[in-house]
Write a protein that binds this ligand. Structure first.
Ligand SMILES: *[C@@H]1O[C@H](CO)[C@@H](O)[C@H](O)[C@H]1NC(C)=O
Ligand SMILES: *[C@@H]1O[C@H](CO)[C@@H](O)[C@H](O)[C@H]1NC(C)=O
Ligand SMILES: *[C@@H]1O[C@H](CO)[C@@H](O)[C@H](O)[C@H]1NC(C)=O
Ligand SMILES: *[C@@H]1O[C@H](CO)[C@@H](O)[C@H](O)[C@H]1NC(C)=O
Ligand SMILES: *[C@@H]1O[C@H](CO)[C@@H](O)[C@H](O)[C@H]1NC(C)=O
Length: 346
């Protein structure tokens, strides 16, 4: 079995130089797609679906190769679990159309736990040029939300886990599924169709804690609420600190002072799903209303004169830089990285 890393490299090099004839060579494309299905455990219900998925995959593969052949780009793309899906499917997964409530990343209309708006003068002034919370052993393993719009749960729980680790040196992995199942009515959650960051906090605050992943594991779909069956870890959430200054310098100081920070970004670009390495910069990542994806910022730095943020995503380890993305920093609030920032107060 050819290794995935080699496969990607091989494709990027080979298919880019192929003639149209060779590119249409059915034997070859069948092999490439079958390799993909094998590597990513893809199986389809019917021959028809196989055909449709294969066509989508080849189209995406072509775009990936084209991007990677452009040396002006600051990042690379690769095949991953999304390569057999259309952008429309990915868009709907992240940003489902639910009629009356247009934004699933609802940040305002929810009754929230006590919040505290911080003034930037409470953050460290002198911060290093680069910083990474992974070096302090407070960041847990990369997880995979799978094909369920539960990023809001992942981001908030990971940030709370980090805050607890910083404060008490205790490591927990809380149950994402409990929030998915139990924090629906009254918490602004639509399960796998998205939900409110505040709602996750409110749920934990009202319950006084949450159960652990090892007892109540993730199923990537909504199910009956079973919270009472499992032991609960007590958590006393004091509130949330919000800063939405659109000032990346304040965000940098806040990250250094407070710990990992939950942010909502605009990820509604096919390039985001195809990202594999380097510093992500998407020309079209500038729309004013697209708050579509919650992630956690864990660090920042510069590479070859380009500043970046490091974000921890929940698309598994095969996406991006082992599950992380470096994204352009000090480029006009790229993808709205400093437009909605939130950190838990314990
Ligand atoms: C198609 O690809 C296969 C496998 O690489 C190769 O053996 C065959 O000669 C190719 N056929 C054409 C017409 O290029
Ligand atoms: C595919 O399944 C195998 C066996 O269950 C597992 O080891 C592997 O990590 C899976 N691959 C992906 C991409 O999920
Ligand atoms: C290569 O990338 C640069 C930077 O994104 C872009 O401006 C340019 O249009 C691209 N070139 C091609 C041939 O796509
Ligand atoms: C924190 O916990 C880890 C093990 O989980 C231990 O190795 C380390 O010494 C602890 N650090 C402090 C400061 O207590
Ligand atoms: C975003 O960028 C694209 C491409 O550069 C441009 O066409 C579009 O008008 C921009 N949108 C906004 C809201 O600035």
């Amino acid at each position: 079995m050819i290794s995935l890393g080699f496969l990607i490299l091989g494709l990027n090099f080979l298919s880019y130089q192929k003639s149209e004839n060779e590119r249409n060579n059915q034997t070859q494309t069948k092999n490439v797609f079958d390799e993909y299905c094998n590597d990513f455990n893809k199986s389809y219900h019917s021959k028809q679906e196989y055909g449709v998925r294969k066509e989508i995959f080849l189209k995406n593969l072509n775009a990936i190769n084209k991007h990677n052949g452009n040396n002006s780009e600051t990042y690379k793309m690769s095949i991953n679990q999304f390569t057999d899906m259309t952008f429309k499917e990915l868009y709907d997964l992240n940003y489902p159309d639910e009629g009356e409530s247009s934004s699933k990343m609802d940040t305002t209309k929810y009754t929230s736990p006590e919040t505290e708006n911080l003034l930037s003068d409470s953050f460290e002034e002198n911060v290093p040029d680069s910083f990474d919370w992974r070096n302090f052993d407070v960041i847990s393993n990369i997880k995979d939300q799978k094909l369920c719009g539960s990023c809001f749960i992942y981001a908030v729980l990971e940030e709370i886990e980090s805050q607890i680790k910083i404060k008490t040196n205790q490591s927990y992995e809380f149950s994402r599924q409990e929030i998915l199942d139990c924090a629906r009515k009254g918490y602004g959650s639509l399960g796998c169709s998205g939900g409110s960051l505040y709602g996750v906090h409110s749920y934990i605050k009202n319950r006084g804690g949450i159960s652990e992943e090892k007892f109540y594991p993730y199923e990537a779909k909504e199910n009956l609420c079973r919270s009472e069956k499992f032991p609960k870890i007590d958590i006393d959430l004091k509130g949330i600190k919000i800063f939405d200054t659109e000032d990346e310098d304040i965000l940098k100081r806040a990250l250094y002072t407070l710990g990992p920070i939950t942010v909502i970004i605009d990820n509604l670009h096919d390039s985001f799903f195809r990202y594999s390495s380097g510093i992500y910069y998407e020309q079209e990542c500038n729309e004013s209303d697209a708050y579509s994806h919650a992630v956690v910022i864990i660090g920042y730095g510069s590479s070859n004169g380009k500043d970046y943020w490091t974000i921890k995503n929940s698309y598994g380890e095969k996406w991006g830089e082992k599950g992380y993305m470096r994204i352009a920093r000090n480029q006009n609030n790229h993808c709205k990285i400093s437009s909605f920032n939130m950190v838990t107060k314990l």
